[in-house]
Design a protein around this ligand. Structure first.
Ligand SMILES: [Fe+2]
Ligand SMILES: [Fe+2]
Length: 208
């Protein structure tokens, strides 16, 4: 079981994720792109999609926090920490893009954070193989989800597009890393349950 100090650190990380602006260690992928002037509807759609992705990255923070708390193998833990740092970049990129598009982030983020943290911690308690298996499957599903958003985001919104493309490449790499560290293949019903669960988040965050 995680000790009390680690729980306090996890709680602190949660508050920080939800309340403090995230900082990217890498340059924002869209930093060198001026971006086209978008119409009102294009902006609204792009902001809604990027709000969904921002909520997804809130979930990623929580999942990785929950897993790092319970992962046993130091190599697995180090791999989780490296990927988690890239998730912080994603959080910063999506937050900034939502704001630029005149949108706001989801009011339900604390709820998504709490749920994902519990899932991550539960996966961690099952042992590293399942923990990493859960992670690999999550990353694959996020990669697929981002591919869908790349088709829906307004074609003229190059700034959102390059952010989504870089995130998609990162998530694919995170999945590979998890597999390299011994991720188990999850049973099909679990994979389906994960898809249905994330659909609740993506559909809700699109609106609120
Ligand atoms: Fe991410
Ligand atoms: Fe990822």
């Amino acid at each position: 079981m995680p000790d009390f100090d680690n729980l306090i650190i996890a709680f602190d990380n949660g508050l920080r994720t939800l309340l403090a602006p995230a900082h990217s260690a890498r340059p924002h992928p869209d930093a060198d792109i001026a971006g086209s002037e978008l119409g009102i509807e294009e902006k609204q759609l792009a902001a809604a999609l990027m709000r969904v992705n921002h909520s997804g990255e809130i979930c990623a923070q929580a999942l990785y926090q929950g897993q790092a708390l319970t992962a046993r193998n130091p190599a697995a833990r180090a791999a989780l920490e490296t990927a988690a740092a890239e998730e912080t970049d994603h959080l910063a990129w999506t937050a900034q893009r939502v704001a630029e598009l005149g949108g706001r982030v989801s009011v339900l983020n604390p709820l998504w954070y709490a749920g994902s943290f519990a899932l991550g911690a539960a996966a961690g308690l099952l042992g590293d193989r399942w923990n990493l298996g859960f992670l690999a499957e999550t990353e694959r599903q996020v990669e697929g989800h981002l591919a869908g958003h790349l088709e829906r985001v307004p074609p003229r919104d190059e700034k959102s597009r390059v952010i989504l493309e870089q995130m998609k490449a990162d998530e694919a790499r995170h999945a590979l890393t998890a597999v390299e560290h011994g991720a188990a293949e999850l049973p099909a019903p679990v994979r389906l349950a994960m898809k249905l669960g994330s659909r609740v988040m993506t559909r809700t965050s699109f609106w609120i």
